[in-house]
Each structure stands twice: as structure tokens, then as C-alpha cells.
Design a protein around this ligand. Structure first.
Ligand code: ZN
Ligand code: ZN
Length: 227
């Protein structure tokens, strides 16, 4: 009976406050199947750091800190609108959609995987009330049945999306510290949202390696080339 009541309430809410797809504006869900299909049909296949075509997501020149990477797509179109809405408005539901896109993009993983979110800046957590990468990581962990470990802690409060390339590189060298136990047998998969220079993920992967991690991979929701 409770379930029937909940279903009725959900339906009423859907009529009163219908979800709009943040990709195409269609009524029905926060991000519709058509938009997801379009994005997953054209995954980003270049090196996550330099865009050179490669099969492992990272080219031979950039394999030093992590040897595999996956990116859902280039930051444009529907994916750009989903991420934009997620980062700058209060759209918690978008974490479910971004986790689902990562789930569709990523291959099956062997056992021993641990997801490590790149932490959102404390300022943005205060503005939005939540850490969006942690939400995505937790949802992806549920979908893939792998644990999430908050191994990386932010050291500063700088806002990256307003920084120049040079500032980003400087910020990234002081952005994190590792807190917690690193298991040398685990496969750590760093989760990030928008990768630009890649300085953040290189720094995060380097720190994990220095703390004892032997395998570090990277998965990101999008790549945005710097202009
Ligand atoms: Zn749509
Ligand atoms: Zn490269």
C-alpha cells in the first residue's frame, strides 16, 4: 500500500513539477535517453592530457603517472548543458545522470577497484551544499559495486574555473594531500568532472603513487580544450 501511495505521489509531482531534460529541454527526466545515447555514441578517444589519438586514453608521452584513462565526451552540446547546470545550479539529480554516463562509457573492471573522487573546492561545497564529485563517485560505486574512498583532501580554496592556464598549473601543485590508508594491491580510479590542462589529475595521481598506490587510472565526465 505504501508503494502504491508513493507511486501516486510521484506521478502527481511529475505533473505538478515535471522534469526537463537539461540536454534538449524535453519533459520527462533530468537527462533523457536520447541525449545519453548521442553522447555515448561519440566518446572522446584521444589522450586525456594532449588529445593525441590513442586507444588507452593516454598517449605514450603521458603514461608516466597513469596508464589508462576514459572520458565520456568533449564538453559541448547536451553534455556541456548537463555539466554546466550541475556545477553552477542546485541540480543534485544530475549526479545520477553523470554517474550513469560514466557507467556506460567505462569498460568492465577487474576486482580490486576503488573509486577516488577529485574533491570539489570547499567554497563550491559551501555554495551548493554538496560535493558534486563525491555524489557522482558514490552513485558510480553503487552501479559498479566498488567502494569509494575519499583519499584526497583539498588544501586550498581557489576557484579553478576562473583561473588562467598558468594559475591552474600553480594551483594544482598545492591542491591536495592524501589522507587514509593506500593499498598497493588496489586499482585506484580517479574520478574528475571537466579535465582542462590535466594538471589536477596528474597531481592527484602522482600523490597517490607517492603514497604507495601501484595502479592509478582516470575517468572523467568531459574534456574541455583550452582556447
Ligand atoms: Zn534530452
Ligand atoms: Zn598525451
Amino acid at each position: 500500500m505504501q508503494n502504491v501511495k508513493n507511486t501516486i505521489v510521484d506521478r502527481l509531482l511529475a505533473v505538478v513539477a515535471p522534469h526537463l531534460c537539461s540536454g534538449c529541454g524535453r519533459i520527462g527526466s533530468t537527462f533523457c535517453d536520447n541525449c545519453k545515447y548521442d553522447i555515448t555514441q561519440e566518446p572522446f578517444l584521444g589522450c586525456i592530457l594532449c588529445e593525441k589519438p590513442t586507444i588507452n586514453g593516454v598517449c605514450d608521452d603521458h603514461k608516466a603517472v597513469f596508464n589508462q584513462a576514459w572520458v565520456v565526451g568533449i564538453r559541448s552540446g547536451a553534455l556541456q548543458r548537463l555539466i554546466g547546470g550541475f556545477k553552477f545550479r542546485n541540480m543534485k539529480a544530475a549526479s545520477v545522470e553523470l554517474a550513469d554516463l560514466l557507467h556506460k562509457r567505462l569498460p568492465p573492471f577487474p576486482s580490486g577497484v576503488v573509486f577516488v573522487p577529485i574533491p570539489t573546492t570547499p567554497l563550491h561545497i559551501r555554495e551548493r551544499g554538496y560535493d558534486h564529485m563525491l555524489l557522482i563517485a558514490n552513485q558510480l560505486g553503487r552501479l559498479r559495486h566498488f567502494p569509494v574512498q575519499k583519499l584526497l583532501i583539498r588544501e586550498n580554496h581557489l576557484i579553478q574555473h576562473r583561473a588562467s592556464r598558468e594559475q591552474r598549473l600553480i594551483q594544482a601543485t598545492t591542491a591536495f594531500r592524501v589522507e587514509g590508508v593506500v593499498d598497493p594491491r588496489a586499482i585506484y580510479i580517479l574520478l574528475d568532472d571537466v579535465v582542462t590542462t590535466g594538471a589536477t589529475i596528474v597531481q592527484a595521481a602522482t600523490l597517490l603513487r607517492q603514497a604507495g598506490a601501484t595502479i592509478v587510472w582516470v575517468a572523467a565526465t568531459s574534456r574541455q580544450p583550452l582556447d
